[in-house]
Design a protein around this ligand. Structure first.
Ligand SMILES: C[S@@+](CC[C@H](N)C(=O)[O-])C[C@H]1O[C@@H](n2cnc3c(N)ncnc32)[C@H](O)[C@@H]1O
Length: 205
């Protein structure tokens, strides 16, 4: 899918699209030096990475003041959401070369973001209204990483593949969650998990 189709499909503004183009150009350039995304996914960059991230934007809760993206890698989905105007976006990424890329995209696209070059486990609670992640960890571990960063009433938006239902079942042993399942626009069988009222449940005997 090309940028124009992305625009039509998801309703992003022309100005945002131009900034996403700058982002995509930088990704292709840097990909020659560091492995930012799976090399086989670069030809489908707009669908596999941009639109995959863009689809979360309408799910961000009204009035959200801070969004934290865990394991941002090359910025999917967190940096795309920041380019679209998500508020006070924090990107947590342990790989310093990827953090250099994230900062460069933020600079070139004039997107205000905070890049935190640390392991998630080492980051003090960030008080996020929304925590996002893609391709980082199974849901139960992801919730363990996200939970300390959720403000009261905070929500999670996780992009998950076909195994999402099994991951929800497995995580129910440890977590209480209200889960909505939104079919992915880009991954047949994949889901956006929209999780609310997250709390630790009682450990099973
Ligand atoms: C498979 S990549 C996914 C990147 C991006 N979210 C995406 O979907 O394209 C996982 C990323 O998480 C980072 N990561 C893994 N464990 C982490 C941790 N404990 N703390 C911070 N970053 C971590 C890795 O360095 C890597 O960039």
């Amino acid at each position: 899918m090309g940028p124009e189709e992305l625009l039509t499909k998801s309703g992003v503004s022309r100005e945002t699209l131009e900034r996403l183009r700058l982002y995509a150009d930088l990704l292709v350039k840097w990909q020659a030096r560091i492995n930012l995304v799976g090399p086989d996914t670069v030809p489908d960059l707009w669908s596999r990475h941009m639109l995959d991230s863009v689809q979360l934007f309408p799910l961000i809760k009204v009035g959200a003041r801070r969004l934290v993206d865990l394991g941002s890698g090359a910025g999917f989905p967190g940096l795309v959401l920041a380019v679209m105007g998500a508020p006070d976006v924090h990107l947590v990424e342990s790989d310093s070369r990827k953090c250099a890329f994230l900062r460069e995209v933020a600079r070139v696209t004039e997107t205000p973001v905070t890049v935190i070059n640390k392991r998630i486990e080492q980051v003090a609670p960030l008080g996020a209204d929304v925590v996002t992640a893609r391709a980082l960890a199974p849901l139960d571990r992801l919730l363990g990483w996200a939970f300390p960063h959720l403000a009261e009433g905070g929500e999670c938006l996780f992009l998950k593949g076909r195994g999402a239902e099994d991951e929800l079942t497995a995580s129910a042993k440890e977590w209480n969650i209200t889960a909505s399942r939104v079919p992915s626009l880009t991954d047949p069988g994949g889901l956006v998990l929209h999780l609310r009222e997250v709390s630790r449940g009682r450990a099973q005997p």
